[in-house]
Write a protein that binds this ligand. Structure first.
Ligand SMILES: CC(C)(COP(=O)(O)OP(=O)(O)OC[C@H]1O[C@@H](n2cnc3c(N)ncnc32)[C@H](O)[C@@H]1OP(=O)(O)O)[C@@H](O)C(=O)NCCC(=O)NCCS
Length: 149
């Protein structure tokens, strides 16, 4: 059985996190910015996954749930998302938001919401600021996991 470990990312893990995001085809803007919490997942000591949360006022933005292509389909993505959800619940968040380019996030307990909801709920998230600085807006679909129930 492979040894799977998840740990909180420190500033020195920034390159590891951005590499995993890049391998998974995700944006790397503002990874590990101030006011965020990131995790690295390792399999037998090698990084295979990463995820982050950008924290707002009573809500968080899930940032880059990413598993290396060679490690997918084995439940690691679900473990990453569950750790982030538990952390957000622990800090008292009422909801987690996220942007997705393709996947249906219903399987992770999310429902689709309009982009304007996220922009209103967590306007200062580093990922949203990065989009704004580029004169861009998040593509794909927008999702929410309600933590209040
Ligand atoms: C999304 C991602 C993290 C899932 O990682 P994973 O380790 O393969 O996921 P798991 O093995 O834990 O599977 C979790 C669930 O997602 C489903 N799933 C996995 N890959 C899927 C895909 N490509 N399309 C649809 N559903 C998928 C599985 O069926 C599973 O559901 P189940 O447990 O009910 O069977 C991974 O595919 C990835 O890194 N994708 C690219 C980055 C990305 O798009 N991130 C999200 C936007 S930030």
């Amino acid at each position: 059985m492979p040894d799977i470990q998840m740990r909180l990312a420190k500033q020195e893990d920034k390159e590891t996190v951005t590499n995993v995001f890049r391998e998974a085809g995700l944006d790397t803007d503002a990874a590990l910015a101030n006011g965020t919490t990131y995790w690295v997942m390792e399999r037998d000591g090698q990084p295979v996954g990463a995820i982050g949360l950008e924290h707002g006022d009573g809500v968080s933005l899930l940032r880059g749930a990413a598993v290396m292509p060679s490690a997918r389909g084995a439940g690691l993505g679900r473990r990453l998302v569950m750790s982030a959800v538990e952390y957000a619940q622990g800090r008292g968040d009422r909801a987690i938001y996220m942007f997705s380019k393709g996947n249906d996030w219903g399987t992770f307990g999310f429902t689709q919401v309009p982009l304007a909801v996220v922009m209103g709920e967590i306007p200062d998230a580093p990922q949203i600021q990065a989009y704004r600085a580029r004169g861009d807006r998040p593509g794909g679909s927008t999702w929410m996991r309600d933590l209040s129930k």
